[in-house]
Design a protein around this ligand. Structure first.
Ligand code: DX5
Ligand code: ZN
Length: 217
């Protein structure tokens, strides 16, 4: 099943509760929450307090993408704030397996994220500890960038790696996703699509989400 996770990085920060509330009516499956610390990536967005503030506005799973240094120090605060899924960058954590265990011990789904330059072999030994793996199709740190076509080979390789091990893994792709780029990502094995700009700038976000899922042309 294809899941769509609109990124609130592209929402109106002054009205985040309303933005999150609208997603279920648009047909979204997750709320994608882009946390940036100004160190792992130059931008700073929001932290656990924003997650806690919007939590009452939606029953959709909150999918937190930690673009932060030392992610293990942040996972508990986001779990307490209401995150359902917490992903973090392998490039920011030399103890990724332990951090995955920590997130699971907090009762949340856990996953790792790979930057465009990071090969999928980096997660070969983490596949059985992840509920989801997020492949960045832009360089992290900003919305509205163009899709990096080389990501398709990474999606395909990761899906083949998981299938070879009999692991039913969610593969999420994030960055520059719209109805045009969504299709090839799904064809090679992605099943969770993050989309910020293409959804929040659309005149009819509900149609864009349906087009990405493939339910309307
Ligand atoms: C970038 C974020 C992405 C991004 C996606 O660092 O991780 O989630 O906001 O936004 P669009 O869909 O605008 O590329
Ligand atoms: Zn993201």
């Amino acid at each position: 099943m294809i899941k769509i996770a609109p990124s609130v990085l592209s929402a109106d920060f002054a009205n985040m509760g309303q933005a999150v509330q609208a997603l279920v009516g648009w047909g979204a499956d997750y709320v994608h929450f882009d946390v940036m610390d100004g160190s792992f990536v130059p931008a700073i967005t929001f932290g656990p307090a924003m997650c806690k503030a919007v939590r009452p506005y939606t029953k959709l799973p909150v999918d937190v993408h930690l673009m932060v240094e030392h992610p293990d120090t942040q996972v508990e605060a986001f779990a307490v704030a209401g995150a359902d899924i917490i992903t973090f960058h392998v490039e920011a954590d030399c103890h990724a397996h332990r951090t995955l265990q920590h997130i699971h011990a907090l009762g949340r789904k856990a996953g790792v994220v790979l930057c465009p330059a990071t090969p999928v072999c980096m997660v070969e030994n983490l596949l059985d500890s992840c509920d989801m793996i997020l492949l960045m199709s832009v360089n992290p740190g900003a919305g509205g960038q163009s899709f990096i076509p080389g990501t398709l080979d990474k999606i395909r390789a990761l899906r083949e790696m998981a299938q070879a091990r009999g692991i039913a893994l969610d593969i999420e792709v994030d960055g520059g996703i719209n109805p045009e780029t969504a299709k090839p990502c799904i064809q090679v094995g992605a099943n969770v699509l993050v989309a910020g700009n293409s959804v929040f700038t659309a005149p009819n976000p509900k149609d864009v989400i349906a087009q990405m899922r493939g339910t309307i042309v």
